[in-house]
Design a protein around this ligand. Sequence first.
Ligand code: PMP
Ligand code: GLU
Length: 405
Amino acid sequence: MSLSQLARSIRESATLKLNETAALLRDKGEPVIHLGGGEPKSKAPMDAVINCAALLNTGEIRYTPPDGIPALKKAIVRYSEEHYNKLVSADNVIASGGAKQALMVLLHAILDPKEEVIFPAPYWVSYPEMVKLAGGVPVPITAEDGTFCPTVREIASACGSYTKAIILNSPNNPSGAVYSPDFVQEMVEFCEKRSIYLIMDDIYNRLVFDGKKAAIAYDFMKAPLEQSKLVVINGVSKMYAMTGFRIGWAIGNKPLIEAMATIQSQQTSGPASPSQWAAVGALNGVQSSAESLRVTLENNRNVMMERLQAFEGVNIRKPDGTFYCFPDFSAYMKDSQKLSNFLLEKVRVVTVPGKEFGFEGHLRLSYCGTIRDITEGLDRIKWALDPNSANELYLGDRKLTRDWL
Ligand code: PMP
Ligand code: GLU
């Protein structure tokens, strides 16, 4: 088989692959608990479903402008005003097939071959591969003190003449960390001074807990948007539990958005029109489902934290947002891939190895499922790892004893 060098160099998305693994095992009747998932389990908002159904009922499902229908762009402009207190124009907005495509088209629009994109580790699994797909070089930066956020100085010292962009994802997948306002401010100022693109991946920015708020980069931006290299990415996947609709967007200066629209027009055309109308419904409709999702996730986070306290030697920092936490399990096993495989094989719990996020020794555990998933999943993990646990564990009606491990 003759595949391109690029195709051979790209790794499959570990998170999506694990979704498949979990689904296949479930189909076989295995009592799998999925703590690896990256999507909320609540239903899409009714306004999204109604809007989408209304379009489907016409039977006229057509191409849309490559950068999205005007109604969606208007809804995104309104969202930006309401949640960021930032007035942008429709020309500053492009709607894409998920935040993933918005990021991908953005990288294609700004990167020349071999230019570098910096992002803090732990990072979302797709950043390195997306940068490579766009011909660039990914440069992950790990904090020397082992925290989930490097200092501005650490990031600055990695910046050179090839640095084209920095991606910040706060609240962060996989750590759940919300970067401090001081850090975000310094990064905005640093990028402005060095004329580097600052890409804020805000996909989890409404999923923040304990009354906190994620810092808004626009608050620190000195240049007007048209002269700025700040790009904000967001989408309906996480905050409205609408992952399958595949709608995300980018907000940036007009020439950049135009370039992205040109690329998208050749790549995929506009996103699917029923999905765009669904996103209009979600953004303009009653917001109670987004808030109730946030409250549910905060409660789930608390339950997961409580259960994790029972693990001796596991180092855990309480997440301030998202629906992930990222405990350090290296006291049990240093190789996170091996540990994740072991937990899947022995007790049928899906986790994502920290290695995939550039942070060995950790596991990403999601709390976007049910309370039962969280409690039973962690009970099973504890049973598998703690030699002082009871001799028996039931997986459904299958009895396991410790000699199975
Ligand atoms: N950014 C981050 C940090 C994510 O976790 C995800 C999850 N898929 C995305 C972007 C992309 O989201 P989507 O394409 O579903 O909008
Ligand atoms: N972002 C989610 C995750 O990290 C969904 C899967 C994906 O797109 O990677 O699990």
